[in-house]
Design a protein around this ligand. Sequence first.
Ligand code: GLU
Length: 379
Amino acid sequence: MSASLLQEARRLVIKVGSSLVTNEGRGLDEHAIGEWCRQMAMLVRGDGSGPAREVIMVSSGAVAEGMKRLGWSSRPSEIHELQAAAAVGQMGLAQMYETQLRLNGLGSAQVLLTHADLADRERYLNARSTLLTLLQHGVLPVINENDTVVNDEIKFGDNDTLGALVANLVEADALIILTDQKGLYTADPRRDPEAQFVHEARAGDAALEAMAGGTGSSLGKGGMITKILAAKRAAGSGASTVIAWGREPDVLLRLSRGESIGTLLVAPTHKQQARKQWMADHLQLRGSVQIDAGAVIKLRDEGKSLLPIGMVSVEGDFSRGDVIAVRDEQGREIARGLANYASAEARLLCRKASTDIERLLGYVAEPEIVHRDNLVVTR
Ligand code: GLU
């Protein structure tokens, strides 16, 4: 079952850590970045590795590259120095991805995110819409933490957590964490001759955390433990995680062909099920909208989005990004989803065509009240 997991994965989040990107701190490794970009471009086009995939890159390396540019040979302990280094290094990092992806015929986009952005409902929806739009346009988003304003990854993670949060955000099928180690061992192989390589396990299995305790490289902060925790988090939205050595030849292409490389941490819950569960867990709904019989058929039977034209009334006080219930005219809940508009705006849009949104509100977020990707039918 596991080999086909990556073969079938259509939406991938690929995360690379500092020591790989900067070749142990010697500055941005153009050859390595070029190799990943070549492979990612092939994945996006569907060349030689199965169907076309959607790919999002999460790359560290800003701090390490910034340190090099500033002539610092050892990592400063003060966070604001690291944040300054990240701001310097991010310029080079973005430029290198841009150049290498363009050489491979792919457009790129820089996206700087924070954990807080993804915890906030409205920003979550904004980030999600932007990333999905970039993917629709065949552009490869290259994400890093916005190190100027926060320092979660500088302190703890080297972007492992961010990679998982992005996988949750876009409901990726798989998270591929490329690192400077081959994968997970049952114990530290440098100290324990009995240590065995873990080829496959269940993401979230508590035993993994004990195995991973303490292994880390000096440059990035994220050791194996942050990767194990990232896999657990990614599994929350149904994404399985692979931890593999980033310098393995053709690693991304081979993984996508189903080859077993590194450690595969399988998500126990399927993506659709995970989303349903997540929405169902939102017991505290902020509000609801009532829709007409035609819209019920479109939503429930035809798998379409909810458009303003089918919306009859709006109850409650909600913001963009809140989970709301969608009810039929008898008041029965038929679906739940993330509102694209706040309740006050939605009230103005009842029974209106999507083409009227700009005239009524002065802007258009999306043509739908709830997009079908953010909606689950509950009856
Ligand atoms: N976001 C940081 C970077 O890209 C995290 C890595 C680190 O702390 O070295 O450099």
